[in-house]
Every structure is written in C-alpha cells, then in structure tokens.
Write a protein that binds this ligand. Sequence first.
Ligand SMILES: Nc1ncnc2c1ncn2[C@@H]1O[C@H](COP(=O)(O)OP(=O)(O)OP(=O)(O)O)[C@@H](O)[C@H]1O
Ligand SMILES: [Mg+2]
Length: 174
Amino acid sequence: MVEEKITVIKSYSEDETVSWGKILGGLLKAGDIVGLRGDLGAGKTCFVKGVADGLGIPEDQYVASPTFTLINEYRGRVTLYHFDLYRIQNEKEIVGLGYEEYLFGNGLVIIEWAEKMLRFLPEEHLLIEIERVNDKKRNFIFTGRGRWYSEIVKHIEERQKYQYSFSNFLSEGG
Ligand SMILES: Nc1ncnc2c1ncn2[C@@H]1O[C@H](COP(=O)(O)OP(=O)(O)OP(=O)(O)O)[C@@H](O)[C@H]1O
Ligand SMILES: [Mg+2]
C-alpha cells in the first residue's frame, strides 16, 4: 500500500468551500488527479470553481456542471479537465470516453462522481469525499494516496489548524 494521509476539513458556507478549492488549486500541478465523491448538491462543482480560480483560470471560462459534456476543458496556469460522470451508467461507457488521454496528459484532472471510475485511476491520487451535514455545513474528507498527495493533504490540514487558532484568537478578543 502506498503512503496515505487523511484529514477532515469543515465548511460552513458555499464561499468557504470555494476558498478551500482555491487553496487546493494553488497547491496542485499539471498531471495531478483529483476525485470528488458526494451526493447531488453536496458541493462538488462549487469546489471545482475554487480549484479553477486557484489555477488562475479566468472567470469568463465559467465552471458549471457539464450536463451534456462529460469532460470540460479550462485554460489557466495549468489546463483543467473537469469530468462529470453523473450520467455514466457502466464501466463500458468509461472505456468509451478516451479518458487515458486526459489522465496521462499534461493537464490537471478533477472528476465529479469519481467512484464510477475509481478502478481506472492510477493508485496515486487525491480523493475528496463531501458529506452533507446540514443545509450549510459540509465535511470534506481528504485522502491523499502516494507521497505527493499525502503532502498536499498535510498542507491542507495545517491550513485548517491555523484557521482555527486564528478564529479562536479573534473570539477571545485577542
Ligand atoms: N458549505 C457549502 N459548500 C458548498 N455548497 C453549499 C454549502 N452550503 C450550501 N451549499 C449549496 O449546495 C449546493 C452545491 O451545489 P453543487 O452544484 O456544487 O453540488 P454538486 O455536488 O456539484 O451537485 P451535482 O451532483 O448535482 O453535480 C449549492 O446550491 C450551494 O449553494
Ligand atoms: Mg456538480
């Protein structure tokens, strides 16, 4: 088993989810692979918007749920390939996508409904599961598989610790 690092990040609003996406986008590089899991309306697309921002993708390349296109491409500091596998019914359809070109190309791949193609992903990747706690609150469970992605997850965890201690400092009137 490759090195693995897991952490839970909490978000209390859509804006906060975009901010976490942006932080992650700032850490990632071309060739990276990120899978997203979470029910309808969990916040996957919202998170991808933040990642796109972190990659320096101009806002006019609007990031939406690609309802009919399974793969959207956005150009920034790094090209982002945004997969949305919601409509995929079986593994045969995955094979028909020609996904290898993207996974082993020179852009960053982010996949909504990643569980549908987990078997086709390289062993080393970042997986993010989004749990809907209530209307506004979401838990993001980051799992980094492999050294590079484990480092990314450690970084995200540090950011959250720092954020907590800062908000405690403020609430204590510091
Ligand atoms: N903390 C939060 N983070 C993200 N979205 C939130 C949060 N709280 C509420 N929301 C709302 O949840 C919805 C998330 O929508 P989004 O399209 O990102 O979900 P999705 O997981 O991509 O869904 P789908 O499976 O349909 O593609 C938005 O309407 C957003 O306003
Ligand atoms: Mg979506």
